[in-house]
Design a protein around this ligand. Structure first.
Ligand code: PSU
Ligand code: MN
Length: 300
C-alpha cells in the first residue's frame, strides 16, 4: 500500500510471525516534555526487546503511515513536540495529503497497527469520556476505535482527568472487553484504583492471549483494553495527584481550553503542580505496560 511504510525489521518480523508490539507517538510529541519523551520512547523499545518482542513505534512521517521508527525519527518527534500535529482518525488523510508528519493517538495508532498486521499495542493511558461530556460531548475517538478495530491496547487504565465511570459504560455499550491484569480494580493511570471494577481479572499473559485469539477467531470485531496498574512501588500519593488534577482542570476551564488541546494541557500542568512526580509515574507505568505487552505478544 502506497501510504503504508513498514521498516525492514518490522516487515521481516511480521512475515516470520515474530511477536511485535505497536507504540504510539502522541505520548512522545504531546504527552511528555523533551528530553524525557525521547528517553522514555527509547527505553520502552528496549524494554520490549528485553522481553522478547519487537517494538514498532508508529507515526506519520513525511506523508506515510510508518510502523517501526528510527531513533532519529523518534528524536525528531520528541524535539518538535507540539509543532507536530496530534493525529487521530479524522486527521490522517490530511496529514498524508500534505506530506507532513503527525503524532498518532491511540485511535490512529490502532488503525495503522491493524493495517500493518500488529495486534498488540502498549501505551500509557487511553482517551475516554471527559468529565462534563454530557454537556460538552468530549469523548475521545480512541473509544470508537476500540469498538471497531481489532487491536488490544495495554494501558494503565484511563486518567482521572476523565469520567472513568462513563468511559467504562461507553466501552460496555460498544462491546469492548476490559481485562484487569492481576486486579479487579480498573486503574486510574497514576494510581492503581479508580473505584470502578474491570470486567475480567486475568492472572497470566497466556490467559489474556487465549481470550484475544478466541474473540477474533469468532469474528467479534473490535479491540480490547488490557488494564495494567502501575506497580505499587511506583505509585504516587493518591491525594497529591487528585489535588493537582482538580486544580489543572479548574485552570483549563477558566482558560477555556478544549478539544484536542485539553489532554496535553492537563498532563503538562499536573507535572508542574506535582514537581515532576506525575511524569516519573507516567514513565514507570509505560515501561510496565511495555513488559506486559511484549509477553502477551509472545503468547499470541
Ligand atoms: N492519555 C495519557 N497520555 C497521553 C494520551 C492519553 O495518559 O499522551 C494521548 C493518547 O495519544 C490518546 C490521546 O490517544 O491522548 C487522546 O486524546 P483525545 O482525548 O483528544 O482523543
Ligand atoms: Mn477530545
Amino acid at each position: 500500500m502506497k501510504y503504508l511504510d513498514l521498516s525492514p525489521e518490522i516487515k521481516d518480523a511480521l512475515k516470520n510471525k515474530k511477536p511485535v508490539v505497536a507504540l504510539e507517538s502522541t505520548i512522545i510529541a504531546h504527552g511528555m516534555p523533551y528530553p524525557q519523551n525521547v528517553e522514555t520512547a527509547l527505553l520502552v523499545e528496549k524494554t520490549i526487546r528485553e522481553n522478547g518482542a519487537i517494538p514498532a513505534t508508529i507515526a506519520i512521517i513525511n506523508g506515510k503511515m510508518k510502523a517501526g521508527l528510527s531513533n532519529d525519527e523518534i528524536d525528531f518527534l520528541g524535539k518538535e513536540g507540539q509543532n507536530i500535529p496530534k493525529t487521530s482518525r479524522r486527521d490522517i488523510p490530511f496529514i498524508l495529503s500534505k506530506k507532513v508528519s503527525g503524532a498518532t493517538t491511540v485511535a490512529a495508532t490502532m488503525i495503522i497497527a491493524k493495517r500493518a498486521g500488529i495486534k498488540i499495542f502498549a501505551t500509557g493511558g487511553i482517551g475516554g469520556v471527559h468529565r462534563g461530556a454530557p454537556k460538552n460531548m468530549d469523548i475521545s475517538a480512541d473509544l470508537q476505535e476500540l469498538a471497531n478495530t481489532n487491536v488490544a491496547v495495554v494501558c494503565a487504565g484511563a486518567k482521572s482527568i476523565l469520567d472513568i465511570g462513563l468511559t467504562l459504560e461507553y466501552l460496555e455499550t460498544h462491546g469492548v472487553p476490559v481485562i484487569g491484569y492481576r486486579t479487579n480494580d480498573f486503574p486510574a493511570f497514576y494510581t492503581r484504583k479508580s473505584g470502578f471494577n474491570v470486567d475480567y481479572k486475568l492472572d497470566s499473559p497466556k490467559e489474556i492471549a487465549a481470550a484475544l485469539k478466541i474473540k477474533w477467531k469468532i469474528k467479534l470485531k473490535g479491540g480490547v483494553v488490557i488494564a495494567n496498574p502501575i506497580p505499587e512501588k511506583d505509585e504516587p500519593s493518591f491525594f497529591e495527584m487528585k489535588k493537582a488534577t482538580e486544580q489543572a482542570q479548574r485552570e483549563a476551564g477558566s482558560k477555556n481550553i478544549k478539544g484536542k488541546k485539553i489532554t496535553p494541557f492537563l498532563l503538562g500542568r499536573i507535572k508542574e503542580l506535582t514537581g515532576g512526580k506525575s511524569l516519573e509515574a507516567n514513565i514507570k507505568l509505560v515501561l510496565n505496560n511495555a513488559r506486559l505487552a511484549a509477553v502477551v505478544a509472545r503468547e499470541m
